[in-house]
Design a binder for this molecule. Structure first.
Ligand SMILES: *[C@@H]1O[C@H](CO)[C@@H](O)[C@H](O)[C@H]1NC(C)=O
Ligand SMILES: *[C@@H]1O[C@H](CO)[C@@H](O)[C@H](O)[C@H]1NC(C)=O
Ligand SMILES: *[C@@H]1O[C@H](CO)[C@@H](O)[C@H](O)[C@H]1NC(C)=O
Length: 350
């Protein structure tokens, strides 16, 4: 109210040329100041033919000062969220030229924090919220969402209030196992300075994401395997899941249902092969139970043994054949068993 009155007074007493007086130069041209900090600026007139210069501000100005072409302005502690100090110069012809010093009063957030779920279930949608408390001016606020070393999203706000406000940014995510264990956090930045200047960003605590998902076998297909009796049999049922899956093995002979031993909670079953049949493994956690079947049969006999047996038979056969030829020859027929056959059936066909 007082400010309006003052502006009017200023406008009505002199002939206001414009809000941006070409004769006046501000140094610095604009000010960004933290609430409560000190502020100083210089106003310089390019014309010396003046009655004097002054500063007007609702929080104390500088009286009309004759015979200067430059006039400093200082506030020890910026007390408000909107301050518009004006530098004026009174020209000899009675006109007044006025320029406003643009001032942005800021306040870094009191806190930046995440509201999140302790754990997410794969496939479901979640909203993670970043709360920024007591920040000004919110129209210059940027919120960056980080996941690992990637920036996922940045958000700014449509907010005209210059005084501190609370703002929230919401990040919607569909939980996926690949996100399990990654860190998410948000960062609040006031976009008031050229790069790398101004106060550093304020970050929330990182949140380590937990995504619950059902067990999934590394090798999902059922298996058909062959082992030799007495040799080591290894069945791999390893699955990935959160929480970590627990395992149960069921053996082909139903007398040994749910093997009760230290083996039972192991993803890999390793033991001498005894029983052919279907071995069933289940991997389960809070999200699901999945089953994999191993059809195990006995391998055909060892090849070398088989080979030896075949070799012995063949050798015996050859020996017998040679012996047969040897015994047949003296009878005058030079073909082997065929000749013998012919001899026995002289009246047959051919
Ligand atoms: C204003 O000008 C004076 C003298 O020229 C100088 O000492 C001072 O640092 C200047 N202040 C600003 C804020 O530019
Ligand atoms: C912002 O949040 C804080 C704490 O949550 C609260 O004390 C304060 O009143 C809020 N400010 C506004 C402007 O809503
Ligand atoms: C494994 O076998 C079971 C029972 O025969 C069947 O229901 C299941 O679909 C099979 N799984 C795969 C991945 O082939």
């Amino acid at each position: 109210m007082m400010w309006l009155l003052f502006s009017c007074l200023l406008a009505c007493t002199g002939k206001l040329v414009s809000g941006s007086c070409p004769l006046l130069e501000m140094s610095p041209p604009r000010v960004v100041v933290r609430f409560g900090d000190s502020l100083s600026a210089n106003c310089t007139s390019s014309s010396h033919q003046t009655e004097g210069m002054g500063w007007e501000s609702p929080y104390g100005g500088v009286d009309l000062t004759p015979g200067v072409s430059s006039l400093p302005f200082k506030m020890n502690s910026v007390p408000d969220w909107v301050i518009e100090p004006m530098c004026y110069v009174n020209l000899l012809d009675g006109e007044q030229c006025v320029k406003t010093l643009p001032v942005t009063v800021y306040k870094m957030p009191d806190s930046v924090s995440l509201k999140h779920f302790n754990s997410m279930v794969e496939g479901q949608q979640y909203s993670i919220q970043c709360d920024i408390v007591n920040v000004a001016p919110a129209r210059n606020l940027y919120v960056l969402w980080h996941k690992g070393n990637k920036v996922l999203l940045s958000q700014n706000f449509d907010e005209s209030r210059p005084s501190p406000v609370n703002k929230s940014s919401v990040f919607n995510v569909t939980a996926h196992r690949d996100n399990d264990g990654t860190e998410i956090w948000c960062e609040a930045k006031l976009n008031l300075w050229p790069e790398k200047q101004g106060p550093p960003m304020m970050s929330s605590e990182p949140h380590k994401v937990t995504v619950l998902y059902p067990p999934t076998f590394f090798e999902p297909a059922n298996k058909t395997l062959e082992f030799s009796r007495g040799k080591n049999m290894t069945l791999n049922c390893t699955a990935r899941g959160n929480p970590l899956p627990s395992y149960r093995w069921q053996f082909p002979n139903f007398t040994k249902v749910w093997l009760k031993s230290q083996d039972e909670n192991r993803p890999i079953l390793s033991r001498p092969f005894e029983l052919p049949g279907v071995y069933t493994c289940t991997a389960s956690n809070s999200q699901a139970t999945v089953t994999k079947y191993f059809t195990v049969s006995e391998a055909p006999r060892d090849r070398t043994t088989f080979g030896v047996i075949v070799g012995v038979c063949v050798t015996l056969g050859v020996l017998l054949f040679i012996a047969g030829v040897y015994f047949v020859t003296p009878n005058g027929t030079f073909s082997c068993n065929k000749g013998g056959y012919q001899r026995g059936t002289p009246s047959g066909p051919v």
